[in-house]
Design a protein around this ligand. Structure first.
Ligand code: UDP
Length: 250
């Protein structure tokens, strides 16, 4: 599958259908795989944190989540066919799971939320094999127990909604022990599905303004989002040939 690189981080050029086909193949063959959603914030963090960059590089499929990634692809001549968001892939994969009999497990979000999302999905998709859920607020010493619970449930897909970089660290540290074919970090998706967090209206999503809506609802994200203008400047400098970064091959 075509893969671009943006400042040292690979990003696959794919559609939603490509992602579903990829997961189907991984589940069928039982190949241990990790899907990672890439946005400008993660790229910027990885640029200043080599350990984080090496951790992220262990993923197998990198989806172009943030609109900034799509824009950077266009400006740098490495276009992506479409934006593929973590939350939309999550919903799509749950639907496919109900059709194809894939077993799924949900990990993350506060206790009431993971339970509510599990119950809601089970109602909405009869036949869905939701083999377990667990909240994401356990103590470090409880992690081994959480991993055993997931392993015993033997899901085909594990969705981890514990925010970044916690969910990525969880997947990398435990993927061998977990024995799950497909692991995916889905950030705040359970909050969205349960209706606790609202997504931007469709017109804002289409115009690439979802980030501003999120900032409006959660002003405390301002520090995290300050990565966005820095990313834009970096892309423009790269475009103008003013920037050379180690690991940036093209
Ligand atoms: N969360 C969790 N355990 C933690 C910290 C956070 O389960 O120790 C959950 C939190 O309740 C929320 C999600 O992780 O549901 C993070 O959402 P956010 O929108 O911040 O994700 P990000 O933007 O980092 O992908």
């Amino acid at each position: 599958m075509l893969r671009h690189e943006i400042f040292g981080i690979p990003v696959n050029a794919l559609t939603y259908q490509d992602a579903v086909d990829w997961v189907a193949e991984r589940v069928a063959t039982g190949t241990k795989s990790w899907i990672l959603a890439i946005n400008p914030e993660k790229i910027m963090k990885a640029l200043s944190d080599e350990r984080l960059r090496l951790l992220l590089l262990q993923a197998d499929l990198f989806i172009p989540d943030g609109i900034g990634v799509l824009w950077a692809g266009k400006i740098l001549g490495r276009p992506f066919p479409q934006r593929v968001t973590g939350v939309d892939i999550f919903v799509l994969l749950v639907k496919e799971a109900a059709k194809r009999g894939w077993r799924i497990f949900l990990l993350g979000a506060p206790p009431g939320v993971s339970k509510e999302v599990s119950q809601g999905l089970a109602l909405e998709y009869p036949g869905l094999q939701l083999v377990g859920y667990h909240h994401g607020y356990y103590q470090a010493e409880e992690e081994a127990q959480v991993v055993s619970k997931i392993r015993a449930a033997a899901p085909d897909i594990l969705f981890v909604a514990m925010g970044s970089p916690r969910q990525e660290q969880f997947i990398v540290s435990n993927r061998t022990l977990l024995g799950v074919p497909v692991c995916m970090g889905v950030g705040g998706s359970f909050d969205v599905i349960s209706g606790r967090k609202k997504r931007a209206p469709l017109w804002m999503q289409r115009f690439g303004l979802e980030w501003s809506y999120r900032l409006f609802l959660e002003p405390k994200r301002i520090m995290r989002m300050s990565a966005l203008p820095k990313f834009v400047i970096l892309v423009l400098r790269k475009k103008l040939g003013m920037l050379k970064l180690e690991g940036d091959k093209k």
